[in-house]
Write a protein that binds this ligand. Structure first.
Ligand SMILES: [Zn+2]
Length: 275
């Protein structure tokens, strides 16, 4: 089995995820660098923390944890936001980049033990940090979130928070709290944010969302009762929208977009069946 800290050989063609503080190096083609270590203008990577992340299109993917101010990688490209990769509509690549970003976040925030303060060391056979003084072991943190598209007849509930870019409306989302199951999170978040009850909650799909470490679990649901009352601390505007009059919605490649289209398909199917 491949281990997280196996070293890349010089002649192995690989993808290079060079990450720092939430950004990664992208080439002029908006891709992570790809090629043999010996052929690329890489610095001596033995000086860096390197982690084998997995395979993308039958090539190894290596994470190199860099410093944003380090210009040793400048010949390869520029540090860029992962959001650039959502535009590329390449799910596999985005998910590997998400993994690279989250592993970087993990390694750079677990240098010391949270229990006793001793310097931690990487476990060599799995991706974990170990404190040899008190045996506390940490794994990359993943924060589960629900995201839910709610319909009422032929309308969908969309709302916007202050953090959304101007004009953008999306479906509701929120973090799972300790001790909650996903069904409870959906019911609580929808009630807290929009003041309504929902029924027929169905799981649809999930997406890692590395800003910084969410796992979005996507549901569809139907309005059951109540009038909309938005929580002003979370949402500044929203309402029920028909599909022929949608505002700006999240771009393709996001789970929000996928859920909105799933609801549209449900409505289309029903209206088709009624013809
Ligand atoms: Zn400790």
């Amino acid at each position: 089995m491949t281990k997280p800290y196996q070293r890349p050989s010089g002649d192995e063609p690989a993808w290079w995820f060079i990450c720092s503080a939430g950004e990664l190096i992208l080439t002029e083609h908006a891709l992570p660098p790809h090629g043999r270590k010996d052929d690329l203008p890489l610095p001596d990577i033995d000086e860096y923390q390197v982690v084998w992340l997995g395979e993308l299109r039958e090539r190894s993917c290596y994470l190199v944890v860099a410093d944003l101010n380090d210009d040793a990688f400048a010949a390869l490209g520029d540090f860029s936001s992962l959001r650039a990769l959502i535009d590329a509509q390449d799910d596999e690549l985005f998910m590997m980049a998400a993994r690279a970003k989250q592993v970087t976040e993990f390694l750079t925030t677990h240098r010391y033990c949270g229990r006793c303060g001793t310097r931690m060391q990487a476990v060599d056979w799995e991706l974990a940090m170990q404190c040899h003084a008190c045996q506390h072991r940490c794994y990359p943190r993943i924060s589960p979130c629900i995201i839910v598209a709610i319909r009422k007849g032929d309308q969908i509930l969309l709302a916007r928070g202050e953090r959304h870019r101007p004009g953008l409306y999306s479906v509701l989302a929120g973090f799972v709290e300790a001790g909650e199951n996903l069904e409870q999170t959906v019911a609580r978040e929808v009630m807290e944010e929009a003041g309504i009850k929902v029924k027929n909650v169905q799981y649809l799909c999930s997406q890692p969302w590395p800003f910084p470490n969410s796992l979005m679990m996507g549901f569809t649901a139907e309005w059951a009762e109540g009038d909309l009352h938005f929580d002003p601390f979370e949402l500044e505007d929203g309402g029920w929208y028909r599909f022929d009059a949608l505002p700006d919605i999240p771009q393709q490649g996001t789970i929000a977009n996928k859920l909105i289209h799933a609801v549209k398909k449900q409505i289309d199917r029903e209206s088709g069946a009624g013809d």
